[in-house]
Design a protein. Structure first.
Length: 281
């Protein structure tokens, strides 16, 4: 969820959910202006979002046409984030402490510069995750292989990072690319691979989670762990959203979230293979 309230006073103002069309933006402008002719630039946008920590850094945004375009762009970027993506992005925001809306946009375009370890929600689980993923451990590491907590603490000292509801996120020692320099906004789909977004719940439909597909097995396991389930049959699908409308015609029937993910993964791989350049011999 990404919503702004346009206001010239401390009152709630005019609410508008982003991303929005030009027509929806114009309607919000007209409601804000009423019958007066005060320029839009005297207004302030108050941001609300389901992204952790985002509101803290974008609580009050002085309105200009350019900033509204940037907010709309950022809203599109986060629209296709699922529950885990939102937690990771919110953690990255807290780690990097962006000072401007431009900084925030660049963070959204540089998420590959951060390492997300699903399900590593404690120092013990972090150490266990790291050892399981390292088949070439040094002898001293092998001797301490059961000291998961110590290994997790050492990793945090070296790499920084923070825990969140779904795991652990840290930087990978790469500089962020200045994808957006304040002039032309990048492609909204830059480095985003989500094709479908599924809303699922266990028990109360209002207490739901989202999962973007295709998803890795570790990401799906992390969501199950956060939901307190061991099998997808324990939850129900609330809704599904498709990023590319033409994919609705392709989507076959499926019996489970796992089956849907397999179908989407295979489809995306086949599309990538079709688009791959053919080398001439």
């Amino acid at each position: 969820m990404f919503k702004i309230y346009l206001s010239r006073t401390v009152s709630p103002g005019v609410g508008i959910s982003l991303p929005a069309t030009i027509e929806e933006m114009r309607e919000a402008y007209s409601l804000l202006n009423g019958t007066d002719t005060v320029p839009l630039e005297t207004a302030t946008a108050y941001v609300e979002s389901s992204i952790p920590n985002l509101r803290q850094y974008l609580y009050e945004v002085p309105v200009t046409e350019k900033r509204l375009e940037e907010l709309n762009y950022l809203a599109y970027r986060v629209k296709w984030m699922d529950s885990q993506d939102e937690a990771v992005f919110g953690t990255v925001i807290e780690m990097m402490k962006p000072e401007t809306l431009q900084d925030m946009i660049n963070l959204s375009c540089n998420m590959d510069k951060f390492r997300y370890l699903p399900s590593a929600t404690t120092e013990v689980k972090l150490g266990e995750y790291l050892l399981k993923g390292n088949a070439d451990m040094a002898m001293e590491e092998q001797a301490a292989r059961f000291n998961y907590e110590g290994i997790g603490k050492d990793y945090i000292k070296k790499h920084g990072g923070m825990f969140h509801a779904f795991g652990y996120t840290s930087g990978i020692q790469e500089e962020l690319e200045p994808i957006y320099r304040g002039n032309e906004l990048p492609d909204p789909d830059f480095k985003q691979t989500c094709s479908f977004k599924v809303w699922i719940y266990k028990g109360n439909p209002y207490d739901n989670y989202t999962l973007s597909l295709p998803a890795t097995e570790s990401k799906m396991d992390a969501l199950k762990s956060a939901m307190g389930i061991s099998n997808w049959s324990e939850c129900k699908q609330l809704a599904i959203q498709c990023r590319v409308p033409t994919l609705w015609d392709w989507l076959p029937e499926y019996g489970s979230i796992e089956e849907l993910n397999d179908l989407v993964t295979e489809h995306c791989q086949s599309m990538e293979n079709q688009q791959a350049p053919v080398l001439e011999m």
